[in-house]
Design a protein around this ligand. Structure first.
Ligand code: NAD
Length: 357
């Protein structure tokens, strides 16, 4: 092991219930925290699941609200807060991906309601105390201990309906948390252990998840990887890769998990030399020689889109994206330059396999 540098470690204090069928314990979890007026939150697409969960909670629920929207536009956050106040809810139960959890976080921040998360994607958001809101094309994120869900139920059975074209990018969204956790400003040996294990679990499970969607063991391993990824991110922070994803998601409305998938190989290549030890751990976890190439090949193997031009980005916007991405200085192992970011975006736009080391 390399020399242990000084660090500050803060564990993520959520209570986790994990396992196939564990959503049956939702009412027990609501009671465990002493809540009795839960508002179930979902996106529009998961309305049936939300209503089912509210019915399962019976008298412990005050309703199901399908108003969560990806990237949490400010207006959707305000509407969700108004609904929580109108129904006099005492907690939220978020069922779905990062979008549902994101709305729960805004309600936690602005109304003070604790959240129990039931994640059905691999976004990892349930493990972080970071909220995100989009207004006028700019996505703002910030830390607030109040927004960390108090409890999480990971039930792989709820992910069985997640289509391959959502599962793959969502898993790579989780992997991105772990890759950056290994070289972020507050990287530390404990978070790095979780990050490396998460990359191993995701690298092994995702190819099975997309080829055999009903394989419950792989679904479980992917959720476990996402959990560790979110926790690792929460304890160490982010750098160039997440900054670029937030910029492209907020300014150009690109889908979140897909942007992560496209950019991760290129951000890894950008940091290859400056974060050599972290990249060696990524490569070891994936069983490959080079992290950037290994991630690109994994994305291709699971049928994910690997070019920005295929997920809604316009070539004419690349200059603006590069300008936005370098506007405010932030930590990254390799220096962040306008020229370097513009070249990275060009490779990502065309979906080129990163150059070998
Ligand atoms: P999402 O929540 O919008 O879900 C993606 C898609 O999957 C949606 O179409 C949804 O309807 C569908 N889906 C979800 N569960 C399903 C199921 N069980 N079966 C079938 N379909 C299902 O997207 P996401 O990628 O999970 O999350 C993205 C959002 O989360 C973004 O707003 C992003 O900023 C945020 N996020 C935040 C953090 C954080 O730490 N704050 C981390 C990661 C992501």
């Amino acid at each position: 092991m390399a020399e242990i540098k000084p660090f500050t470690y803060e564990s993520v204090p959520a209570r986790v219930v994990f396992g196939a069928g564990s959503v049956a314990k939702l009412a027990d979890e609501v009671r465990h925290f002493g809540f009795n007026r839960a508002l179930v939150l979902t996106t529009k697409g998961q309305v049936a699941l939300g209503e089912k969960m509210a019915a399962q909670l019976g008298d412990l629920a005050v309703g199901a609200y399908p108003g969560a929207v990806m990237h949490t536009p400010a207006a959707s956050g305000e509407a969700g807060c108004a609904e929580a106040r109108r129904l006099n809810a005492d907690c939220t139960v978020t069922v779905g991906g990062g979008s549902a959890i994101g709305l729960g976080k805004v309600i936690a921040r602005d109304v003070g309601l604790p959240q129990i998360a039931v994640p059905t994607t691999y976004s990892g958001s349930e493990m972080t105390a970071i909220w995100g809101v989009t207004k006028d094309g700019v996505k703002t994120t910030g830390p607030d201990p109040k927004v960390l869900p108090v409890g999480v139920i990971y039930d792989p059975e709820l992910t069985l309906r997640l289509p391959a074209n959502v599962s793959g990018p969502s898993g790579l969204n989780a992997m991105a948390h772990s890759v950056e956790a290994l070289y972020a400003k507050n990287a530390n040996p404990i978070a790095s252990l979780m990050a490396e294990e998460s990359i191993r679990a995701l690298g092994k499970s995702l190819p099975v998840v997309v080829k055999e969607p009903a394989d419950i063991a792989s679904r479980g391993e992917a959720l476990y990887g996402a959990w560790l990824a979110g926790a690792a991110l929460a304890q160490s922070g982010i750098a160039l890769h997440h900054k670029l994803c937030h910029t492209l998601g907020g300014a150009f409305g690109l889908p979140h998990a897909e942007v992560h998938t496209v950019l991760l190989p290129h951000a890894s290549a950008y940091n290859r030399a400056a974060a050599a030890e972290a990249m060696a751990r990524v490569a070891r976890a994936l069983g490959v020689q080079d992290a950037a190439l290994g991630i690109f090949d994994l994305a291709t193997a699971i049928g994910a889109k690997v070019a920005l031009k295929d997920i809604g980005m316009r070539e004419a916007d690349l200059d603006k994206a590069a300008d936005l991405a370098v506007q405010n200085p932030y930590y990254n192992p390799a220096p962040v330059t306008r020229e370097g970011v513009r070249a990275l975006l060009d490779d990502a736009f065309h979906g080129r396999r990163p150059a070998a080391a």
